[in-house]
Design a protein. Structure first.
Length: 466
C-alpha cells in the first residue's frame, strides 16, 4: 500500500475512533443486542488521582465516571448517614432512571442490608482507566448479589459488595489488596481485570490469605501462581490452542504472523502460546510484530508478512494497543485471514473494522448465544434491559463461586479450602464452575466470527462459530 493510501486509512480510523470515544457518550456490551449505556463524560472521576480511601466504596461514594442522577446522589448521602430506608428509596428511583447501572444496584442491596450481619466481598476493577470493561464486570457481580440476596442470602446471611478502583495499575492494585487484607470483614475478592494487576495484587492476597478470583485475567503465569488466586476465565493456553487448531485444521492454512504488545503480560502470554500451538499443529510463525514499538508501521508490517508468504494475521493485542490492531485490520483490506484474542472482542472493533473485519475469528471465554440451555442470558436481559458480555458472565461466575464457598465455611481459610475441594462445584452463567489444583477453571473457549448483522446496531455482529 502506498504512503498516501496508508495515511488516508489511518486518518479514517482516527476519525472513527474520535467519533466513538470523544463524541459518543454511550457504549454497549461486546457483540450484544440492545444498547447498555455506560455514560462517560469529561471531568469525571476517571480524570482524577484519588486517595486509597477514595478508591473503595460500599455505597458512601460513587466510583463510576459520568453524570450522577439526583436520586443516586441522595442515595449515596443517605448510606453515608446510615439512613438506610431513605437510601433504598433513592437507589430504587435511580435504577428506574438507569436500570443498567450496576453500581446503583450494588449500593441498593448494600442499603437493604444496612447494619445487619453480612458476608463481604469486594470487586477490584479499573474504573478510572477502563470504565467500560469495569461496568461489564460489575454487572455480573451485581446480578449474582441481587439473586442471592433476594432469595434469602447464603444460609440466611446477605452478601455485601464493595467496589475498588485499581486503575489497572499494579502498584495501586497492591495497595488496595493490602487495604482489603487488613479489613477482616472482607472474605473474598473478584478481580483484578488484567493479568499484570492480578499477578501484582496476588502476592498481597497470598500473604494475607485472602482469596481473589479474576474473571478476566488469562496469562499462563497465573496457573499455579498461588493457592489463593483463582480465575473463572480459561487461560491463554486454551484460547491459543483453539485458534491454532482452527487455523490449521479448518482453514487449512499453515503460515501466520503475530501482532502483540511486549509490554503486556496478557499479550505476551497469548502470543507465546499461539506460537507453540501453531508449531504443534504443523504450522509456522514467520514473523512477530511488536505493536508497542514507537516506530511500528501497520503498512510495513503487512508488506513484510506478505513477502514472507503469511496467510494469517493473528492479533494478540491488548486494550492499550487495540487502536494499532484496528489499523492493521484496515490496511490488510481482507487480504490475509484474521484471528484474534479476546481483547479485540469489542464494539470498537465492529465500529472501526466494519467490512474489513468481516470473517475475523476471535477466541472468547463465552458468548451469549453459545449455550442455548442456559437461563442466564434471559435473566440478565430482564435485569439490565439488554445483552451482556463475556466479562459480565465470568464475573457472575466468580461471585457465584465465592457465594458457594461462603455457604460451606464463611471464613477466609474456609473459602480457600472450599474452592480447592475436589467436590466443589457451582452452576454459573457459563456452566459448571470447578477449579483445578492450578487455580484455573476447567473450561473451554468459544470461537466467534464477525459477520454482517443488525443486532449490535453497528451493522456487524460477533456470532458463534458452530
Amino acid at each position: 500500500m502506498s504512503q498516501k493510501n496508508e495515511t488516508a486509512v489511518l486518518a479514517l480510523a482516527l476519525l472513527l475512533t474520535v467519533g466513538i470515544v470523544g463524541g459518543g457518550v454511550w457504549w454497549f456490551t461486546n457483540g450484544s443486542g440492545a444498547k447498555i449505556s455506560n455514560t462517560i463524560i469529561p471531568g469525571s472521576e476517571a480524570g482524577k488521582n484519588p486517595s486509597l480511601q477514595d478508591r473503595i466504596s460500599f455505597g458512601d461514594k460513587t466510583l463510576t465516571p459520568g453524570a450522577v442522577s439526583a436520586a443516586k446522589k441522595e442515595g449515596i448521602q443517605a448510606i453515608a448517614a446510615k439512613s438506610y430506608d431513605k437510601a433504598i428509596a433513592n437507589f430504587t428511583d435511580s435504577l428506574k432512571l438507569n436500570r443498567n447501572d450496576p453500581e446503583a444496584l450494588i449500593f441498593l442491596n448494600n442499603a437493604r442490608i444496612g447494619s445487619s450481619k453480612s458476608y463481604t466481598i469486594v470487586a477490584s476493577v479499573a474504573i478510572g482507566t477502563d470504565p467500560n470493561a469495569s461496568l461489564e464486570i460489575l454487572r455480573g457481580i451485581a446480578q449474582a448479589q441481587n439473586e442471592i440476596n433476594t432469595s434469602g442470602g447464603a444460609k440466611g446471611v446477605l452478601l455485601r459488595v464493595g467496589i475498588a478502583n485499581d486503575d489497572d495499575n499494579p502498584e495501586i492494585a497492591k495497595q488496595i489488596a493490602s487495604s482489603l487484607v487488613s479489613n477482616s470483614e472482607v472474605l473474598g475478592v473478584v478481580g483484578s481485570i488484567t493479568s499484570d494487576s492480578t499477578l501484582a495484587a496476588g502476592t498481597i492476597y497470598t500473604s494475607g490469605q485472602l482469596v481473589a478470583i479474576s474473571p478476566t485475567s488469562t496469562s499462563v503465569k497465573i496457573s499455579n501462581f498461588s493457592r489463593y488466586v483463582f480465575r473463572t476465565v480459561p487461560s491463554d493456553f486454551m484460547a491459543a490452542r483453539s485458534l491454532a487448531n482452527y487455523m490449521v485444521r479448518t482453514l487449512q492454512k499453515k503460515n501466520a504472523v503475530v501482532f502483540f504488545n511486549s509490554q503486556s503480560n496478557y499479550s505476551q502470554s497469548l502470543k507465546s502460546e499461539f506460537v507453540s500451538s501453531v508449531s504443534l499443529e504443523g504450522g509456522q510463525i514467520s514473523s512477530e510484530f511488536d505493536l508497542s514499538k514507537a516506530d511500528f508501521s501497520a503498512a510495513k508490517s503487512i508488506e513484510e508478512a506478505t513477502k514472507q508468504g503469511a496467510e494469517v494475521l493473528m492479533l494478540a493485542a491488548n486494550t492499550a494497543t487495540l487502536d494499532k490492531a484496528l489499523q492493521v485490520i484496515q490496511i490488510n483490506q481482507k487480504k490475509l485471514t484474521l484471528l484474534a484474542g479476546d481483547d479485540v472482542y469489542t464494539t470498537k472493533t465492529l465500529e472501526i473494522g466494519r467490512e474489513q473485519a468481516v470473517g475475523m475469528v476471535v477466541a472468547v471465554p463465552w458468548h451469549i448465544d453459545s449455550d442455548r440451555k442456559s437461563d442466564f442470558p434471559q435473566k440478565s436481559r430482564q435485569l439490565w434491559g439488554g445483552d451482556v458480555s463475556w466479562r459480565s458472565a465470568l464475573s457472575y461466575d466468580a461471585t457465584v463461586a465465592l457465594i458457594a464457598a461462603l455457604k460451606r465455611n464463611p471464613t477466609r481459610s474456609g473459602v480457600q479450602q472450599a474452592l480447592f475441594s475436589s467436590d466443589f462445584s457451582a452452576i454459573g452463567a457459563s456452566g459448571t464452575i470447578r477449579f483445578l489444583a492450578s487455580g484455573d477453571r476447567n473450561a473451554s473457549v468459544q470461537l466467534v466470527k464477525i459477520v454482517p448483522g443488525s443486532r449490535s446496531r453497528t451493522g456487524y455482529d460477533f456470532e458463534p462459530v458452530r
